[in-house]
Design a protein around this ligand. Sequence first.
Ligand code: PMP
Length: 445
Amino acid sequence: MSQIIHRSLRTTPAVAVSAQGAYITDIHGKRFLDACGGAAVSCLGHGHPEVLAAMHRQIDQLAYAHTSFFTSETVEQLAAQLTRTAPGDLNYAYFVSGGSEAVETALKLARQYFVEIGQPERTTFIARKQSYHGNTLGALAVGGNEWRRRQFAPLLMDVVRVSACNEYRDRRDDESQQQYTQRLLNELEEAILTTGPEKIIGFCAETVVGATTGATPPTPGYFQGVRRLCDKYGILYIADEVMCGMGRTGTLHAFEQDGVIPDIVTIAKGLGGGYQPIGAVLASEKIVAALQAGSGLFQHGHTYICHATAAAAALAVQQVIERDNLLAQVQQQGAYLQQALREVLGELLHVGDTRGRGLFAGVELVQDKASKTPFDPALKLHAAIKAQCMARGLMVYPMGGTLDGQYGDHILIAPPFIVTRPQLDFVVDTLHQVISEETRKLAGR
Ligand code: PMP
């Protein structure tokens, strides 16, 4: 019996013993194609020799030095790499150990910015339904994933919530895509005005929604509208790209495809590719300048910020992606995957939607395609799909739907950037089989 508090307290997961390329091997010698990178983490696959060598070099020289005494050449290089490749004046980086810490950092940085410029009455964030920003209390407060929030709600700070941008679920039949987008932007503007713009710190959103509804991209023009409203009312725009960032969608940052530049960006998973726990916040010039001119101190910090070994891993991952032009591969293989999902899975009776960007894809399952009615969440279709895929040696990331039917069971697919076409074919064919079998079982009940 395991003495770890695992995610499930009733079952112990399989034991992984080794991993190479796109595959993880368990203690019984069974191989799994890692087509979700865990949770969209392993962007380079496993065991990349150059990343391992960079980590070894770093550990031999300097594993860690506390930031109240030292910086390191490696973390400075990583900051230079990230700020050079980021658009606009996202000229500063802050390094933490993961996504939730990055979101907490972003929220506090945004708040402190307004304190420094003499607007301490700004205490409110606006965020969206159907979103996930992490599991710490601040990140959970901005997140709109009710299942994750439920038990902790009394502890969470109040956040003004607006609709997600989920065209499949929420665009009305009598609306064009443009009208739908405008409706969402009107709702956001109304929320800003009702709250009082002078009380708002920022608007926080995932560019492509990951862990809640499964790779749901925004409609064209949505984030441009968000940017305009944020500028109009002096509100910061915080993009949470912990999951969708760092190349996953085919550009280094997903927001590049929306033609906008946020004030603050959070990144994590694909930053270090799973080789080390690392996340970061990228911040624009005006924010850091305000702190520099004000107190001269960011009132924040953790023991492991700027960790040298984590930075070495992330720097190597990012250098390989850039040198090998892997973003082009994400675009090509992503287009192939998205088309295959659309054509092969789209024909299934219970596949309501396939969507995504680059190598970040989602499949939503419904009981009835015409009405988009989800399966009863109590049936736990997602869990059965996960188990059957694992039995066939495939890792994908299925998630459950909501009790109120806002969205259904769905599957997130996020293979490594080095994935091959035969591997993608295996993903799509296996999903076709498993979805067919599992939904047929439910239909026959
Ligand atoms: N933000 C987003 C968009 C995420 O997808 C996640 C993790 N799924 C987080 C924040 C939290 O990251 P972590 O689990 O590394 O704390």
